[in-house]
Design a protein around this ligand. Sequence first.
Ligand code: C5P
Length: 237
Amino acid sequence: MNHPLIIALDFPGRAEVEKFLQPFRGTQLFVKVGMELFYQEGPSIVSLLKDQGHHIFLDLKLHDIPNTVYGAMKGLARLNVDMVNVHAAGGREMMESAIEGLEAGTATGKRPACIAVTQLTSTSETQMQKEQLIPATLMESVLHYASLTKAAGLDGVVCSAHEAAAIGKQIGPDFMTVCPGIRLQSDQTGDQKRTATPEFAREAGVGAIVVGRSITKAVDPLQNYQNWIQAWGGVTQ
Ligand code: C5P
């Protein structure tokens, strides 16, 4: 699980997931199950992926009062996934409750890694300042949330590759940076704003990259995945 490339399985249901995974049979992947898929299929999609031997990041971005997040995480821990997450904007107490919930729900001894979203990679600095009324630079906001996340005892953050090096310098190399918004030169950016190439991410010391549409919407997803692995540095999971 050193510097994984995590494939975002942003599909509407199980049938589409099974079709996408068919050419990957026999390859152990690190996949991300997000809201779109989990809200339709529920825990059974996690079981299916686990039975196929894949590592799972359950990306539900919890953001609620501490008591609710505690209960939700206690339940999610039972799904035995590798990684879960919350929004750092929920605050330190909420993040501490997330860890307590995970620990209470973990039967196997090792709780899932828990990371916090700092600022979504679809958020620009202007948007953050205007809509969230945060009078700081985007980098300052992300670094602040990263420190808060560390203080709450979480394992890392979701951020853009542009902030990863600064986070590593401020918090240290053991704190995970998981970066979506990664694009090949030839890709479209879509709704993402703070994008970066896999080469840039590697140079910046990013811990894991999350790649969605560039692989899932490719004409030949397996070939495209292999191109990505090469660009990212040859690490598969
Ligand atoms: O298709 P694309 O590569 O943009 O997919 C990125 C994935 O990462 C999506 O599943 C999205 O929900 C997720 N994500 C993100 N930005 C964050 C956190 C998660 O894009 N800050």
